[in-house]
Design a protein around this ligand. Structure first.
Ligand code: BES
Ligand code: MN
Ligand code: ZN
Length: 502
């Protein structure tokens, strides 16, 4: 779908539908909604008075204009309570309105910049673009039947004040880069594991690198052996698919020696290995590379937006499968930094591959390091599907990541990292063991990673609960969410801003 901003009067627009909005509790809307009501001879006010329209969150009312206006349909979308209004509501309302219109098979849609009185016009344009792009997302690559609905062609954001267009256009560009990257991450993670092997992931990263003129380097098994990446190799040894350590670099600030590091878990299928998972729900583990997809996709948006900062993304990519060569419980592995690891469960594979990727990130001098991983079921148990868990060794970078997520509509909650949790990872036969028992499992996993991060400023985002959703909701679509992309992009943009300010 094409999205653009134009100057004009939405009540005069020729379109298949126009979208206006209503705050909860408003009985006589003013502004564009009021004008549309007049054109419709009071239809909106009557619907409100009759109690059919309340302006609540998620409420969508479709009115046919029957020749009273140039547009064929008007959608009035609820924005909820005025005092709770924010950009996240703009994203959600846009998605809800467009999804209801998609069913009607419309092609050209106009919308006002909802609530731009209270919010920055550029931010609202960005949020509308994100809500539209993310809310209309579908993954139908593998179905051969005709799609249920035809693609919506064009969305125009109509603004009365021409002077605001430049600001809104730059918001739109930001929204487009970020939302399309999120869709790329969704596509990669929704792909079945036979279409998204480590080699396929490396190829997808290569495409991102080509399009964005980024530097790409794929570290193959042989080089992993030379580098001593025994933990990553240990996980990969039960699979017929060769592992890849994908590295992509963006150089936005050649004058600086600093490079922000992203690390994303890229387990393209997690069967659990010899510590095999129950078969029910195992298919969801095709999405165990969602963190890797998020960092690759974030690099595409960063390349597009061109902030003044250097960023390198690393993705250790492998399958976790059981075969005669597979890793076994009680095996001992040696990570790149020389630390030895006793395997308790081969299903705790994410922390193993991340350990070597983090060692490599440190070797490259990346700092701070942000890792994104579908790491633990325990994180999902702790926080549900509402927010991502944050863990780290540096409050400043943790706070920045949380703030970057907040602005994007990706909620992140910090978890404790008390030293005492390390006790649970102690091994009798090696330096550390790869599981810390049932209690505090998300934290002991993070503490495991901390052993490899050492003193580099670091934040770990556990997206096990947030990477997938089982129903359409606001601008989320059933399946993989692409979580992390928007946080990472915002974080890179905000760190770049900081450096300019000095
Ligand atoms: N990929 C899983 C974690 C996961 C669970 C992600 C549910 C998304 C949804 C991870 O590799 C795993 O299996 N973790 C184990 C660790 C345990 C063996 C210590 C878990 O959480 O059960
Ligand atoms: Mn696992
Ligand atoms: Zn896993």
């Amino acid at each position: 779908m094409e999205i653009s901003v134009i100057a004009g009067d939405i009540t005069k627009m020729k379109a298949d539908a126009i979208i206006v909005s209503l705050f909860e509790g408003v009985e006589r809307p003013d502004g564009a909604t009021g004008e549309v009501d007049k054109a419709l001879e009071g239809a909106i006010i009557r619907l409100i008075a009759g109690g059919e329209m309340k302006g609540k969150d998620g409420e969508v009312t479709l009115i046919h204009t029957l020749g009273k206006m140039d547009a064929d349909r008007v959608v009035v979308v609820g924005l909820g309570k005025q005092e709770k209004f924010n950009l996240e509501r703009v994203r959600a309302a846009t998605a809800e309105a467009l999804r209801s219109l998609r069913r009607a098979g419309v092609g050209l849609v106009g919308t006002i910049a909802h609530g731009a009185g209270a919010l920055d016009h550029g931010d609202v344009a960005q949020a509308i673009c994100e809500g539209a792009t993310l809310g209309l997302y579908t993954f139908k690559k593998h179905t051969t039947k005709e799609p249920e609905f035809k693609e919506m062609k064009e969305l125009l954001i109509v603004e009365g004040d021409e002077g605001r267009l430049p600001q809104m256009e730059s918001g739109l560009l930001r929204g487009k880069a970020i939302a399309e990257a999120t869709c790329l991450a969704r596509d990669m993670a929704n792909e079945p594991a036979n279409y998204m092997t480590p080699t396929d992931m490396a190829e997808a990263a290569g495409k991102v690198a080509d399009e964005g003129s980024l530097e790409l380097r794929i570290i193959e098994r042989e080089e992993m052996e030379e580098l001593g990446m025994g933990a990553l190799l240990g996980v990969a040894q039960g699979s017929r698919q060769p592992p890849k350590l994908i590295t992509i670099s963006y150089k936005g600030d050649p004058s600086s020696q600093n490079t922000l590091g992203f690390v994303g878990k890229g387990v393209t299928f997690d069967s659990g290995g010899i510590s095999i998972k129950p078969s029910e729900g195992m298919g969801d583990m095709k999405g165990d590379m969602a963190g890797g997809a998020a960092v690759i996709a974030a690099m595409r948006a960063i390349a597009e937006l061109g902030p003044r900062i250097n960023v390198t993304a690393l993705v250790p990519a492998t399958e976790n499968l059981p075969d005669g060569a597979a890793l076994k419980p009680a095996d001992v592995l040696r990570a790149m930094n020389g630390k030895t690891i006793e395997i308790i469960s081969t299903d705790a594979e994410g922390r193993l591959i991340l350990a070597d990727a983090i060692c490599y990130a440190r070797k490259l001098g990346l700092s701070p390091i942000v890792d994104v991983a579908t790491l633990t079921g325990a994180c999902q148990v702790a926080l549900g599907n509402i927010c991502t868990g944050a863990f780290g060794n540096n409050q400043e970078i943790i706070d920045r990541a949380i703030k970057a997520g907040e602005a994007a509509g990706e909620r992140i909650w910090q978890m404790p990292m008390y030293e005492e949790y390390k006790e649970q990872n102690k091994s009798d036969t090696a330096d550390i063991k790869n599981t810390g028992g049932r209690y505090g499992g998300a934290i002991t996993a993070a503490q495991f990673l901390a052993e490899f991060v050492e003193d580099t400023p670091w934040v770990h985002l556990d997206i096990a609960g947030t990477s997938r959703t089982d129903k359409d909701k606001a601008y989320q679509v059933k399946g993989e969410t692409g979580v992390g992309v928007r946080t990472l992009v915002n974080l890179a943009l905000s760190l770049a801003q900081e450096q300019i300010k000095g």
